[in-house]
Design a protein around this ligand. Structure first.
Ligand SMILES: Cc1cc2nc3c(=O)[nH]c(=O)nc-3n(C[C@H](O)[C@H](O)[C@H](O)COP(=O)(O)OP(=O)(O)OC[C@H]3O[C@@H](n4cnc5c(N)ncnc54)[C@H](O)[C@@H]3O)c2cc1C
Ligand code: HEM
Length: 411
């Protein structure tokens, strides 16, 4: 798809000149924007993640997208890859074209509120036009994604009912759910690394909750498997709503609503380069799907799988990885932060403490590989920086956030 912006040069100039102002007030504006929007449209609380709101992660993600759009307003083609990534998330959540004007209206109200007199009529008019141009790119990209998901064999457009046919405990904190469609019809294939959104109506909760879960098995098996970590309460954090509900209350025979597989963090099966998977904790799920797919589709492609976990008690999918590592082309290496004596005897145990470049270099045969990683944000920062330090080019580095996208270069 190509985008043509028909904005007046003056509008472009005004919008671009407000970038520094947005950078100063960006988060304040988006915070205000959400307050205004949710008070006028509480129904939108059915689709937004309340924990992301409370922690400001969503505010930061939206602010970053707005800066990018403002900077590239006269060449929106340049931000199409970012729009596609967000578009996957929006499509998976069921975001509709008619919701864009609601966001636009409240964004402008927030800009006025925060900037006060600096938000002249001229600035507001320019931003209204710019928002419309940006929104139309998102709507177009998302229309293509909706059409694509629905047109696939076994595909569908919005949410579809799936029965939990099997529930399996994978570790002290991770449980898998095997899901088949209630209608008994076909389900679409997916690319290894993609995720589904699960929509839940939890008794006692005012709003529905939607969360993303990566598909953890290889495609083409007639079921989808998701593997969920229980987000337990700690001294300063409440228990995660959906993960705990799934663990404690969703049983075999129950129904979950799922949107079709989405996401652009996928294994490129057209390549033959060596591939390295690096996961931390539950970040293993998309990489495990990739590793299983590799075993089926490219069994001789060289691969290394590095997994970091606290210890053996919370280490999921060890059996599956041991089986994958029976192939000579596939090596498996474990890093435990605080292993037990028994953990140290594991045949694939390689490192005690946290993952670092020295250990990565000692077990990864070559840096001329494609690197895929996923895990908690601090873990991802460590891995990203290590790969950069090693000299791995950006185009060989691929990663996924289990929350709104962030910036791995910043502390
Ligand atoms: C693309 C993608 C793929 C994913 N794949 C997986 C997967 O395969 N497996 C998996 O387990 N997860 C995955 N996730 C994460 C998953 O979507 C959920 O975010 C996760 O299960 C937590 O949801 P929850 O409802 O249990 O927690 P939430 O209720 O959403 O809370 C999330 C966290 O925020 C904390 N929190 C909530 N409120 C506050 C507050 N007021 N102050 C401070 N902290 C607070 C909670 O304690 C918790 O730790 C994925 C996410 C994405 C985006
Ligand atoms: C041009 C307008 C928009 C921009 C720039 C934008 C930007 C973003 C960004 C950057 C993310 C985070 C993506 C990620 O990394 O996971 C996101 C997520 C999201 N967006 Fe949008 N968005 C827009 C319009 C909308 C609209 C119209 C809606 C519906 C009312 C919407 C609802 C959501 C929701 C529910 C999420 C996930 C939030 C979460 O998980 O907390 N967005 N959007």
């Amino acid at each position: 798809m190509t985008t043509t912006t028909k904005l007046h040069p003056k509008t472009i100039e005004i919008v671009k000149s407000t970038v520094p102002v947005l950078e100063t007030h960006g988060e304040q504006i988006t915070k205000r924007f959400y307050e205004l929007m949710f008070s006028n449209h509480p129904e939108l609380l059915h689709i937004f993640n309340h924990a992301n709101q409370k922690q400001g992660r969503q505010q930061r993600a939206l602010a970053a997208a707005v800066y990018a759009a403002a900077r590239y307003i006269d060449q929106l083609d340049a931000i199409l890859p970012v729009v596609r990534q967000i578009g996957h998330k929006h499509r998976s959540l069921g975001i509709k074209p008619e919701q864009y004007p609601i966001v636009g209206k409240h964004l402008l109200l927030a800009i006025k509120d925060v900037l006060g007199d600096a938000a002249t009529d001229e600035v507001i008019t320019a931003w209204a036009e710019a928002y419309e141009a940006i929104a139309s790119v998102f709507i177009q990209v998302e229309k293509e994604l909706y059409d694509e998901a629905a047109a696939k064999h076994g595909g569908w457009r919005d949410f579809r009912r799936f029965v939990v046919v099997k529930k399996v405990k994978e570790s002290g904190v991770i449980t898998s759910f095997y899901l088949e469609p209630e209608d008994g019809k076909a389900i679409s294939d997916y690319l290894p690394g993609q995720y589904v959104s699960v929509k839940l109506s939890i008794p006692g909760e005012t709003y529905t909750h939607i969360r993303q879960y990566s598909l953890s098995d290889a495609p083409g098996k007639g079921y989808y498997r998701i593997s969920v970590k229980r987000e337990a309460a700690t001294a300063d954090k409440p228990a995660g709503i959906v993960s705990n509900y799934l663990h404690d209350h969703v049983q075999e025979g129950d129904v979950l609503e799922l949107s079709a597989p989405a996401g652009d963090f996928t294994l490129d099966l057209s390549k033959t380069t060596p591939v390295v998977f690096i996961s931390g904790g539950v970040g293993i799920t998309p990489l495990l799907s990739m590793a299983h797919t590799l075993a089926i589709r490219q069994p001789t492609r060289p691969a290394a799988f590095l997994h970091a976990a606290l210890n053996g008690r919370v280490h999921a999918f060890d059996e599956e990885l041991r089986m994958l590592a029976e192939r000579p082309s596939f090596s498996y290496h474990i890093c435990y932060e605080s292993p037990s004596d028994e953990d140290r005897l594991h045949p694939h145990f390689g490192k005690e403490g946290r993952i670092d470049l020295a250990w990565m270099q000692s077990v990864i045969p070559t840096k001329d590989a494609d690197f895929y990683f996923c895990g908690p944000v601090p873990f991802m920062k460590t891995v990203y920086r290590a790969l950069k330090q090693w000299g791995v080019p950006e185009e060989h580095i691929h990663y996924e956030f289990f929350g709104p996208a962030g910036d791995l270069t910043k502390d």
